[in-house]
Design a protein around this ligand. Structure first.
Ligand code: SAM
Length: 217
């Protein structure tokens, strides 16, 4: 088992590698709870696009309990895509990964329509332009019943957990453009792109699951 830091930092943790599969300590802790919350949100045979899939463990966890869905993982990072591809070969429903960077304008070009967009632990560990690109792209690729599932830590004013404030400080020390995002800013950003916050679900370790759907016109 090889244990090495990523060549360029894309996560705040060390991951283990077995053959081409990466293993994330945080995904080991949260994959099952994410699958529990996300699974009922996905329609039968839903076409899911995941952004910043990392190791691919969330794709594997959800498809293991929902073999009817078609889940396409993606990542700009090649080692992560190799790990996702290894999981796609072993897990029914998980498709070959795509190379997608949501901060690149027009990243949705050439993509088909999807029923759900999933993004876990990405928008705090990338510049705000990634969140902007994600929201804009969601409007392009989701159908009328499309949903967005975001998971991660968020700032909620005076209610923010101290551990999330400390995490915010450590992220900014690593990269001043990173940082735990304010729930209000994220909600406003998605509203600006035509989505309303349908559900906020408190998750273990002071994380949130957020489900957005298209705002009624
Ligand atoms: C902290 S990891 C999270 C991985 C996985 N989603 C999880 O929760 O275990 C952040 C991931 O986001 C990806 N990422 C960073 N910036 C991105 C961008 N602009 N577009 C798409 N993915 C990005 C990184 O390559 C990395 O795989």
């Amino acid at each position: 088992m090889d244990k090495r830091p990523p060549e360029k930092p894309i996560a705040m943790e060390l991951r283990e590698t077995v053959d081409e599969k990466l293993y994330s300590p945080s995904a080991a802790r949260n994959s099952a709870v994410i699958a529990d919350v996300l699974s009922p949100v996905l329609a039968s045979q839903a076409r899911v696009l995941e952004i910043g899939s990392g190791t691919g463990e969330h794709a594997e966890a959800v498809c293991s309990v929902r073999p009817d869905i078609k889940w396409t993982p993606s990542d700009p990072d090649e080692l992560s895509r190799r790990s996702q591809a290894a999981r796609a070969r072993e897990t029914g429903g998980v498709q070959a990964p795509l190379e997608l960077d949501v901060s690149v304008p027009g990243w949705t070009q050439d993509l088909p329509e999807f029923d759900a967009l999933v993004c876990c632990n990405v928008i705090h560990i990338s510049p705000w332009t990634a969140a902007e690109g994600l929201a804009r792209g969601a409007a392009d690729i989701l159908g009328t019943e499309g949903r967005i599932f975001l998971y991660g830590p968020f700032l909620e004013g005076a209610d923010t957990a101290p551990s999330n404030l400390e995490f915010d400080t450590s992220l900014k020390a690593r990269n001043p453009q990173w940082g735990v995002r304010a729930l209000q800013d994220v909600t406003q950003l998605f509203a600006h792109n035509g989505f309303h916050l349908e559900k906020r679900i408190a998750m273990p370790a002071n994380n949130l699951s957020l489900i957005f759907s298209r705002a009624q016109r």
